[in-house]
Design a protein around this ligand. Structure first.
Ligand SMILES: [Zn+2]
Length: 427
């Protein structure tokens, strides 16, 4: 199971990683990478004006947005790797050596795809305007997450321009985060992924430091009995009452998970939610069907063992059907473990300190209720990940998506400062 197995061995970070010196030990006056925040905002506008929706029907892909990222990286003097993950869907990844000797490898990560604009009538402006009105940059992908991509690019440029640094920066604009996360899966399988010591995912989290993300499991449970005439139920093995009993039993499992794991400070409760129930034919009301299917969307918190939960739900399905002569088969549609990066990881400490350097205040800690590319990077390549970026948490995927220009500038400065601190061992 690739989800639960990290293959290969991670090398220990070379050079000096942040030691135990206090977070406030750095003097911000001595050296601060200078970020061209106006250029980061302008680049966000350029990216937003490209409709990078993956749409098999129209042939839409991330290609044009990826090409713009590649071009900008080349203008910076970098030599990005462009690898097609699927036709017309390239990951763009630059590896920038600091020239300052051994040190950690820090990844700044974003995605180039956006979700569809949906119903145009729901928008009060052109979704691909990329304009700035009253301090807000507007358009699909402005928050999720072209501002994050632009901010991380210009942050990395600032760190490079500031002078030699130990270690390396990996700046990655991946495809398909909004789909199956093919870009993150492709990157996770690379040799480079084994060398990354930490990744900041620049998704919109309203400036919260999110070191934890919920896990997800999706299941399809198929109950199979025997078909018969509705007049002669004694000849049937009806899966429908079994499915009903299973749904009620699953409620009890959810309550038990909550009792065992409690409410996570940043992620809330674990959920076991039935989302699909099918069985029978509305045009054949006098037929007892042979089959019923229940799908569950399960959201987990750190510490909740997916394998144990899967076994429990499978056993429950089998025993629920047994008395009625109904068999049960469980198919795992998706299995993403939760992310639980320590807030003491030097990268997280560097990010927290950088946020404080730039804003003058400690950041709030948060959690990601869904999954990001970071979930894949952690699960498949064992990379510690933290999510932090410009844009409101809830504006993603909505009509009238927008991001505050000031937030883009702030995030770019925080990324630069976090990278500087982490790579120089000042966290
Ligand atoms: Zn996103």
């Amino acid at each position: 199971m690739p989800w639960s197995t990290v293959t290969g061995t991670r090398r220990a970070p070379r050079g000096r990683i942040c030691d135990d010196r206090p977070v406030h030990g750095h003097n911000p006056e001595t050296s601060e990478p200078q970020v061209d925040t106006a250029a980061a905002v302008a680049f966000t506008q350029e990216l937003v004006r490209i409709r990078s929706v993956h749409e098999p029907g129209t042939g839409g892909t991330e290609a044009e947005a990826a090409a713009l990222v590649e071009q900008r990286m080349r203008e910076f003097g970098w030599d990005p790797r462009v690898e097609e993950v699927a036709p017309g869907r390239p990951n763009v990844v630059a590896v920038v050596d600091g020239g300052g000797g051994p040190g950690p490898t820090l990844m700044l990560e974003g995605h180039t795809d956006v979700v569809t604009e949906g119903d145009l009538d729901a928008w009060s402006f052109d979704p691909y305007a990329g304009d700035v009105v009253d301090g807000w940059l507007r358009g699909r992908g402005s928050a999720d997450m072209k501002s994050g991509v632009a901010a991380m690019l210009y942050a990395a440029k600032a760190v490079v321009d500031d002078g030699p640094f130990p270690g390396r920066l990996v700046v990655a604009a991946l495809v398909d985060e909004e789909g199956l996360m093919l870009g993150a899966k492709h990157f996770s399988a690379s040799a480079l992924a084994r060398e990354v010591d930490g990744a900041i995912c620049c998704e919109p989290e309203a400036g919260e430091v999110c070191a934890v993300s919920k896990g997800a499991v999706r299941l399809a449970v198929t109950f199979t009995g025997a078909m018969a005439h509705g007049a002669m139920p004694q000849h049937a093995r009806n899966p429908l009452p079994v499915a009903a009993r299973y749904l009620l039993a699953v409620e009890a499992v959810e309550a038990d998970l909550l009792a065992r794991h409690g409410v996570h400070a940043h992620l809330g409760e674990p959920y076991v939610t039935p989302t699909v129930v099918t069985g029978g034919d509305p045009d054949q009301v006098n037929v007892i069907p042979a089959r019923a299917v229940v799908c569950l969307d399960i959201r987990t918190v750190p510490g909740l063992d997916h394998a144990l939960l899967l076994q429990r739900l499978t056993d429950l399905a089998v025993t629920t059907g047994a008395d009625a002569g109904v068999s049960a088969a469980v198919e795992v549609l998706d299995d993403r473990p939760p992310v639980d990066t320590s807030v003491d990881h030097p990268m997280v400490r560097a990010l927290v300190a950088a946020h404080e350097d730039v804003t003058g205040a400690r950041p709030a800690y948060g959690g990601v209720p869904g999954a990001t590319d970071g979930t894949i990077l952690t699960a498949r390549a064992g990379i510690p990940t933290v999510v932090y970026g410009p844009g409101g948490k809830w504006i993603a995927h909505q009509a009238d998506e927008r991001v505050e220009v000031a937030e883009i500038a702030r995030a770019a400065r925080v990324y630069a400062r976090a990278a500087y601190r982490y790579l120089h061992g000042e966290c």
